[in-house]
Design a protein around this ligand. Structure first.
Ligand SMILES: [Mn+2]
Length: 459
């Protein structure tokens, strides 16, 4: 088991939920609050003799890294990015760089099976590492979610909007799931932490207190079941059901004047935060102040900027959150929740000490951009160079990041804020005025047409 930089004990409720429970009894050497003590000591949580830490958190190799954001089946963008970044057909880099994939390789885009095959081949060749994203986890759990019918082959009406796409070979399904099963939840070394959505110390501690088998999908389901039992015993489920009763026929109607359902919001927050695998792969959520409509239904709990509470020395790199390299119409992408990056430069390190970076630039929405072939895509697939801290994008742009390592200042919650950093319709970062005065602007933007992906790399 490997936990770098974790404290021996915590002085607050490690579930992180807003229940306000006090620190109570030790479990597996950690001090945890009563609900989590109940959760981790529940017989249903014990699966096999294997320790959870084993295979969940792995060590990054030494040397320079190229950390690639969520690919979401966009194979051409990935091939273009690798070519731009200087990788050869075998995934070798002249400077010995190592690729790290942040998870969410699949769904929505035109060639999820192709992306998985490529990344698997890079990993088998020792050229790359990859962590588990929530989209891979959905497949491991057997969940049918928007954009993942390429795997299930059920030709669902909802997913026809993503066609044409390459379907998974049903015979290759088990092998693909076995590949996802081998992916760790986090990768660490002394100068870096890599996780798909959130580095949330209480969840890390909770994971370390749990015994498990090697099956993430099964673990996830058991953690959910345990959380449900706990919340039922506390009456939260009954309260939420009562609240929902009046509105149950209106949850998919964006026009209805939906009131805030507080118990439903609390239940959603608790279900998210009591499952540490959920927190690491899909982030920290809290009861919302107001209901909002997103991805086809009313919601009462929202994602929060967990990085605003991250004050550790070791930087964290994540994907998952739909950052906008150029301003995008979030509503058109089905995202009705508040934009966590509102007013923050897409090149900015996040949090009070500028120690967190998100490398997801919304290429998961490119399937929709492709429907307007005359318009250049505004989404990007990007990689973050470490330790250089520069961004390389599939379009050939290379830009610096800003705001890392700034000292904490009173009253300053997010570094490198710059409102409306690019007006809608503006050209790329070349035209951007330097507003932060801290780090260099674009290092290099190649002239001429964009690189042709498939012609450069063949796999
Ligand atoms: Mn994700």
């Amino acid at each position: 088991m490997l936990f770098i930089g974790l404290p021996k004990s915590v002085e607050r409720c490690i579930c992180g939920a807003s229940s306000g429970a006090s620190v109570a009894r030790p479990v597996a050497g950690r001090r945890v609050c009563p609900p989590v003590a109940l959760l981790v000591s529940h017989p249903g949580a014990i699966m096999t003799q294997k320790e959870l830490g084993e295979g969940m958190i792995e060590t990054l190799p030494d040397g320079p890294l190229d950390i690639v954001g969520d690919v979401h089946g966009e194979l051409d963008a990935l091939l273009a990015l690798l070519a731009v970044a200087g990788y050869d057909e075998q995934g070798r880099h002249p400077d010995g760089r190592h690729l790290v994939f942040l998870g969410d390789l699949v769904d929505r885009g035109p060639d999820s099976p192709g992306v998985v095959r490529l990344v698997q081949r890079l990993i088998d060749g020792g050229r790359a590492s990859c962590i588990l994203g929530n989209h891979e986890l959905n497949l491991l759990r057997g969940e049918r979610k928007a954009g993942n019918d390429w795997f299930w082959n059920e030709n669902t009406a909802h997913d026809r909007r993503y066609h044409p796409w390459n379907w998974a070979d049903p015979a290759a399904g088990p092998e693909m799931l076995a590949f996802f099963e081998r992916l760790p939840l986090a990768l660490v070394r002394s100068d870096l932490r890599i996780v798909h959505a959130a580095w949330h110390e209480p969840s890390m501690v909770a994971l370390s207190a749990l015994p498990t088998g090697g099956d993430f999908g099964e673990l996830f389901t058991r953690l959910d079941d345990d959380a449900d039992r706990l919340l039922e015993s506390r009456g939260v489920v009954a309260q939420a059901k009562h609240e929902k009763a009046t509105w149950r026929h209106h949850f998919a109607d964006p026009e209805v004047d939906m009131p805030m359902l507080h118990a439903v919001g609390q239940l959603d927050e608790d279900r998210q935060m009591l499952n540490p695998v959920r927190v690491l792969t899909s982030g920290v959520e809290r009861r919302a102040a107001q209901p909002f409509f997103a991805s086809g239904q009313w919601r009462f709990a929202e994602r929060v900027r967990w990085w605003d509470d991250y004050t550790d020395d070791v930087p964290v790199v994540v994907g998952h959150y739909w950052r906008q390299f150029l301003p995008l119409d979030r509503k058109a992408l089905g995202k009705g929740d508040p934009d966590l990056f509102d007013g923050v430069s897409p090149r900015a390190w996040l949090g009070p000490r500028g120690r967190v970076f998100c490398v997801d630039f919304s290429v998961g929405g490119r399937w929709q951009e492709r429907k307007s072939p005359d318009t250049a895509p505004r989404s990007r697939l990007g990689l973050l160079r470490w330790p250089e801290k520069t961004l390389v994008l599939d379009t050939g742009e290379m830009v610096g990041t800003v705001g890392r390592g700034s000292a904490p200042r009173a009253g300053r919650t997010a570094p490198a804020r710059c409102r409306a950093w690019l007006p809608a319709g503006a050209a790329g970062p070349r035209s951007r005025p330097r507003s932060d005065g801290q780090l260099p602007l674009p290092l290099h933007v190649p002239p001429g047409p964009l690189p042709r992906p498939a012609a450069v790399l063949r796999w």
